[in-house]
Design a protein around this ligand. Sequence first.
Ligand code: GDP
Ligand code: MN
Length: 387
Amino acid sequence: MNLHEYQAKELFEEYDLPVSRRGIISEKDQIQEALESINFSNGCVAKVQAHTGGRGKVGGVKLCKTIEDVQQFVDQWLGKRIKTIQTDENGLPVNVISVEELTDVDKELYLSLVIDRGAKCVSIILSEAGGMNIEEVAEKTPEKILKAELNSNFKISSDQISLFARNLSFNKTQESEFKHIVENCCKIFKDKDLSLLEINPLVITRAGALHCLDAKLNIDENALFRQEKIAEKRDASQEDSREFEAKQNDLSYVALDGNIGCMVNGAGLAMGTMDTIKLYDGEPANFLDVGGTATKERVSSAFKLILSDKNVKGILVNIFGGIVRCDLIAEGIIEAIKEINVEIPIVVRLQGNQSNLGKRILNESGLNVIGEDSLQLAAKKIVDLVK
Ligand code: GDP
Ligand code: MN
C-alpha cells in the first residue's frame, strides 16, 4: 500500500525528520486557509498529491510566487488526472494538492531503503546525484550509487554512516544530521513494516542543512493487519478499482491486458492456467486466485469482478478441489451468472473434491457453460471461442 507524500511527511514529523511545513487543499475554497498555515512570504511549492513520482516533469510540482499562481495551479490540477512516466495512460486522479514552504536548494541527493532480495536484507541506497533523473544516473553512472546493508535488526553501523558522509563530503554538522535522518528512516522502516522508503531529493539547503524534500513510502500489504493507523490512510482512488474491490473480498486479483478472464484456486495453479492459455496463443485478462477456501459468495464476487473488465471476451474457470468443494464453486458461478447477464463463452474445468456433483449442477442449470476435464483442452477451447 502507498501513502501520499503529505501523509508520509506527517509520519516523518513523528520521527523528527526535517520536512517542509505544508498546507493541504482538497477543495478550491481552501487555498487561503492552506497558505495561512505556512510562511508564504517568499512564495511556496505547490505539489500534486498522487501515488506517483515524476510529477515535477509534467508540471505537477510548481514554484508559486503569488496567491494567483497557486490559484492557477489548483485550477489546472484539482479534480483532474495526472499522467507521468510512472502511471499508465489513464493517469491518476488529483484530489489533494499540498502547498509547501519554499526550501532554498543547493544540492539534491538521493536516499532510499529497500528490501534487497538478492542480499536477503534491507539495503540503504544513497547517491550524490538525486533529483528527477535518478533512473538515468543508475543506468549511466552506476558508480554514483552507494549501497550498504542493514543488519537483521534494521540498523546501520556508525562506520558505514561515516563512510557515506566522507563520500558525500559532508561537514561534521551535516554528518550528524545525516546520521539522525538515516537512523530514523531505519526505525520507520522497521516500525511501519515498509517495503520501500524513498527520499528523492534529500537536499542540502543553501544554509547547509539536510532536508527531506520528497517522501515516498510503500507499506507491506501483508502487514496492514497490525498497521491500523496506516491502513486508515489508504486512498482507494489511487488504486485499480477492481484490484481494490478484490482486496475487500479477500481475493488476489491482478488486472492484465488480455481478453480471457481466469478464475482459479491457488496461485500456482493460476499461473499454470495463464501459461497454458498463452501456450495456445491466448492472452489472460487477469490473474485471480479465489483461495483454497473459496465459498459460494467469494466465487460469485470473483466472477462479477472478472466480468466488470470490458475487455473480457471469455472466461476460463479452473478449479482443483482439495479443501474447496467443486459443487460450491458451481453454485457460485450459477449465482453470479443469474445476477448478471452473461453473453460471453464460459469454459469450466472442475477436478477433485465433489467434481462430479459440480459438473452435474452446471449441466442441469441450463446455462451456457462448457465443461472440460483437462486443462489443455479447456484452455484451447476458450482460446478458440474468443477468436
Ligand atoms: P517528483 O517529481 O514527483 O519526484 O516530485 P518532487 O517532490 O521530487 O519534486 C520535483 C522537484 O521539484 C525536486 O527534485 C526539486 O528540484 C523541485 N522542488 C520541490 N520542492 C522544492 C523547493 O522547496 N525548492 C526548490 N528550489 N525546489 C523544489
Ligand atoms: Mn521526487
